[in-house]
Design a protein around this ligand. Sequence first.
Ligand code: UDP
Length: 197
Amino acid sequence: DNCSKIMGIPVPKVTMEETVHIIDQVITDKKADLFHVVTLNPEITMSCQHDLQLRSIIDEAGHLTADGTGIVMVSRLKGNPLPERVTGCDLFINLLEIGNENNWSFYLLGANEITSLKASEEIRKKYPNVSVVGRHHGFFDQKVEAQIVDEIATLSPDVLVVALGAPKAEFWIHKFKNKLNARVAIGVGGSLDVIAG
Ligand code: UDP
């Protein structure tokens, strides 16, 4: 079996390396449909038990990884182990590294304005071949939201990083899936805060 069931959710047994490879392939292929990557943490797993809409978003996602250490532990106890944790933050950093080798473009959505600015500056310093084509903080109203969606669609980034917290990011990506014109979108929790330092 290539999945391990965690609280009813089939989680693919993939390593970080395999996950990065899958995403690299999507970006290389320039597929038209947005590829939604969900890093499954305890908040999402628990919410899925009663929130059927969230559950269907997870089921529809292009790729799922185990973010939480508890999820990996449960899979081991059940004798069908997931190979390792693939957290949103680690995945983001791995994507910046491979993105730097392949000149990928990123759009950063989320966190407060200072963190967003600092994170984009850090990325420019550490990953000079990555282009941060746009960014917006994560505290916006509906009117601005429509402008953000249009901006992302115009910029058409390889990777849209959504740091709005879980499961807010997953709902947001799903809501605008067909409008964003990005190759890959991924909810990354507090990663921009980590990168901003
Ligand atoms: N955030 C945001 N808009 C919101 C709520 C949260 O941009 O309306 C940001 C917040 O500033 C932080 C991130 O989302 O950078 C949430 O990080 P957290 O570690 O709480 O997320 P989790 O790992 O729980 O998904």
